[in-house]
Write a protein that binds this ligand. Structure first.
Ligand SMILES: [Fe+2]
Ligand SMILES: [Fe+2]
Length: 237
């Protein structure tokens, strides 16, 4: 009988540094943002989506590179249960890429957005009710704290955008992290500058962003970035 992470106190989860407390904290923040998304439209919806992406992508990347490998090391069925959440992460990457390529008036957009919210909620549920309680049962509190520190470190320097072409497993996703983090965080800066820039600067900033997107796409497609991937991870690719 496993108890969901959502129903446990911080002390039960191993204290504030434990990876389980950090996971729960982010999942609660995501829940709040999804509630906000449900009542937003137009430009406000775009802003909430951007905040969701900045939360979800580094969070998931650190899971793929730190947490799921740890689960595969300690649980006999680790491969199967982590593959399930890697598929969910892959679908999130694909759905966000589709949304970014669609105009705000695109008739297909509401269905893609609904599916994105659904998969994000499924992912949190699978982690809180399955993966993380099983990890909790298999390791001691000091290991949960060590994993918490390592997961947080990786989360802080991880890519911040969708990258559906790279592997969801090491070594591919770890190799991809460095160049994609640099490109993503530069794009975040350009996006931030766009909000405050005078109109005459906007064309130059948008051109810079397009160049960064092209650099990201070229980097993602290097074959080394797919190393370690289970072929069944892709949903549509
Ligand atoms: Fe998570
Ligand atoms: Fe996740």
């Amino acid at each position: 009988m496993v108890t969901s992470i959502a129903q446990q106190s911080r002390a039960e989860l191993g204290g504030p540094v434990s990876v389980l407390s950090r996971q729960k904290q982010d999942h609660v923040r995501l829940d709040g943002l999804l509630e906000e998304l449900a009542t937003s439209t137009g430009a406000a919806e775009e802003r909430v989506l951007a905040r969701i992406y900045r939360l979800v992508f580094p969070h998931a990347f650190a899971e793929e590179s730190v947490l799921w490998p740890a689960i595969r090391r300690v649980l006999p069925n680790g491969h199967e249960i982590t593959l399930e959440v890697e598929r969910e992460h892959q679908e999130v990457n694909e759905l966000v890429t589709q949304l970014e390529e669609m105009s705000i008036e695109d008739a297909r957009r509401p269905a893609v957005l609904d599916r994105l919210v659904e998969v994000l909620r499924e992912d949190v549920r699978d982690e809180e009710e399955e993966l993380l309680p099983r990890l909790q049962a298999a390791v001691d509190r000091s290991q949960l704290r060590r994993l918490g520190v390592y997961w947080e470190l990786v989360r802080r320097v991880a890519p911040t955008r969708a990258h559906p072409v790279v592997a969801r497993r090491p070594p591919g996703n770890v190799i991809a992290a460095l160049p994609l983090t640099v490109i993503d965080r530069l794009r975040d800066l350009v996006e931030y500058a766009e909000r405050a820039a005078p109109a005459r600067m906007l064309d130059a900033l948008r051109a810079t962003d397009r160049q960064l997107v092209r650099a990201a796409r070229r980097t993602e497609r290097l074959p080394i970035m797919r190393m370690g991937e289970d072929p069944s991870t892709g949903v549509n690719t």
